[in-house]
Design a protein around this ligand. Structure first.
Ligand code: SAH
Ligand code: SF4
Ligand code: F3S
Length: 439
């Protein structure tokens, strides 16, 4: 019988990429995708462990699924990803419907594990962290009708920022060979993808074999030579590893989008030191200057958190001040949350929930006013938009500018995958509205 699988993905783009790998592996082995979780024979939950919130989300999803196995005892349920790596064994006891847990460095075993469960109905846990990233599956047709795609160029992280669980659940840095990355890119382009985002926790540290030959900027150049590629993006960059060569890429490469996501986390040097980020606020501001000199009008987005242990009002004001000085295009902002096993979880002077909530609110209010102001400056301007398709509501076309701003406008759906010129008429917090003025 043809088995159907459903994958629920939580967490970052890395997990989305991993879920696509799992889906393609399953399809290649005769399984077919199923949108309705209740109709699936195999359910995979790809989880995140970076904060308490995604952890709760995964647990409540599992709670809701509990009844499904009573209806269908043959059902196979697996928890994948970072939370599976961090707490999988404990969660397997708490949620009896789980048949297996699988860490993010074990994805290549998916077919063997599902097969083994069908054969033996034994519970399985695989949580090795040494595995090299798998070679791409490149399942024909999987990415058809998609304008934008991801390619992971590395696994893991060596930075050990004091608050962060990622190095413990994803293991040490491990790069993928350039041939694999370029082969995967060729495949995506052959499917009709026109924009590729290179993914990694710290993409700037990319090297392969001879670092003078293969580093992050030479990889960007190699990608830029792919004829059918319209736009190239990458995420995430660590400020301490941002090289002059990368600044050169922004200057020279037409296809490289005018946007960088550069997490700063905090504006106070005392907190940055406790976070073990490896740069000061002054150094961060200097990098911003350099980026703006290299590429005029470059969009800069960032991650920041409030309520790190010991964060005083003064420290927090320095964070607001940095936001004010840089004027980010947008920000992902979080309340610090203890992650068991990280150094910060053991630090004294924890900040109360109430203080974190009010600091976050103040920070988000400030950023909203900056984002609105920056978006308003785009009104009346003509921008190049890569069309992604029709928007969920309203039937308009939707796409993104080089600066990664979402633009909605009227137009024909055959424009999907094309670069078009749109004049911006109205601006909002999370999107822009425009009129097609050239294609
Ligand atoms: N590799 C990226 C980010 C990975 S995690 C980088 O170096 O910045 C994504 C974001 O989650 C981080 O940038 C940080 O802002 C946030 N984050 C990580 N650990 C956290 C924690 N314990 N509490 C709250 N936010 C956290
Ligand atoms: Fe976490 Fe720091 Fe690595 Fe980013 S660089 S994944 S924040 S340890
Ligand atoms: Fe991503 Fe969450 Fe893991 S942010 S790397 S899925 S802990």
């Amino acid at each position: 019988m043809n088995k159907r699988f459903h994958i629920k993905t939580m967490g970052c783009q890395m997990n989305e990429y991993d879920s696509d790998f799992l889906a393609q592996s399953l399809i290649k082995n005769g399984f077919s995708p199923e949108n309705e979780v209740g109709q699936a024979d195999v359910i995979l939950i790809n989880t995140c462990a970076v904060r308490a919130k995604p952890e709760q989300k995964a647990c409540s999803f599992l709670g809701r699924m509990a009844g499904l196995k009573e209806k269908n005892p043959e059902l196979v349920v697996g928890m994948i990803g970072c939370l599976a790596q961090m707490k999988g064994k404990e969660l397997m006891k708490r949620f009896p419907l789980l048949d297996f847990i699988m860490g993010p460095r074990e994805l290549e075993k998916i077919i063997d594990i599902v097969g083994e469960i069908y054969d033996s109905r034994q519970k399985i846990a695989v949580t090795g962290l040494k595995g090299a990233p798998p070679s791409p599956v490149n399942c024909p047709g999987y990415f058809q009708n998609q304008t934008s795609g991801f390619i992971s160029i590395m696994e893991g992280c060596n930075n050990f920022c004091s608050y962060c669980i990622v190095p413990y659940v994803r293991g040490r840095e491990h790069f993928r060979p350039p041939e694999d990355i370029l082969r995967e890119a060729e495949h995506l382009l052959s499917e009709g993808v026109r924009e590729i985002t290179l993914l990694g926790q710290n993409v700037n540290s990319y090297t392969w074999d001879d670092p003078d030959h293969w580093n992050f900027s030479s990889l960007l150049h190699a990608m830029g030579n792919l004829e059918d590629l319209s736009r190239l993006r990458f995420t995430t960059s660590h400020p301490k590893d941002l090289s002059d060569a990368l600044l050169g890429c922004f200057q020279k490469m037409d296809k490289l989008a005018g946007h960088i996501h550069l997490p700063f986390q905090a504006g106070s040097n005392r907190i940055l030191k406790l976070m073990r980020r490896g740069y000061t606020r002054e150094e961060y501001l200097e990098i911003i200057e350099k980026l703006r000199t290299a590429k005029e009008g470059i969009a800069i987005t960032s991650d920041v958190m409030v309520g790190f242990p010991g964060e005083t009002d003064e420290d927090f004001l320095l964070t607001l001040d940095l936001i004010q000085q840089v004027e980010f295009d947008s920000l992902f902002s979080f309340k610090y949350s203890d992650r068991e096993g990280t150094p910060a979880a053991k630090m004294p002077d924890k900040i109360s929930k109430g203080v974190k909530v009010s600091r976050l609110q103040r920070l988000q209010d400030l950023q909203s006013s900056i984002t609105l102001k920056k978006n308003r400056h785009l009104e009346g301007r003509q921008l190049t938009v890569l069309v992604e398709g029709t928007s969920k509501k309203g039937g308009q076309l939707t796409g993104r500018t080089s600066a990664n701003k979402i633009v909605n406008f009227d137009g024909d759906s055959h424009l999907a995958g094309k670069l078009v010129e749109v004049t911006i008429q109205e601006s909002y917090l999370n999107s822009l509205k425009g009129k097609l003025t050239g294609s």
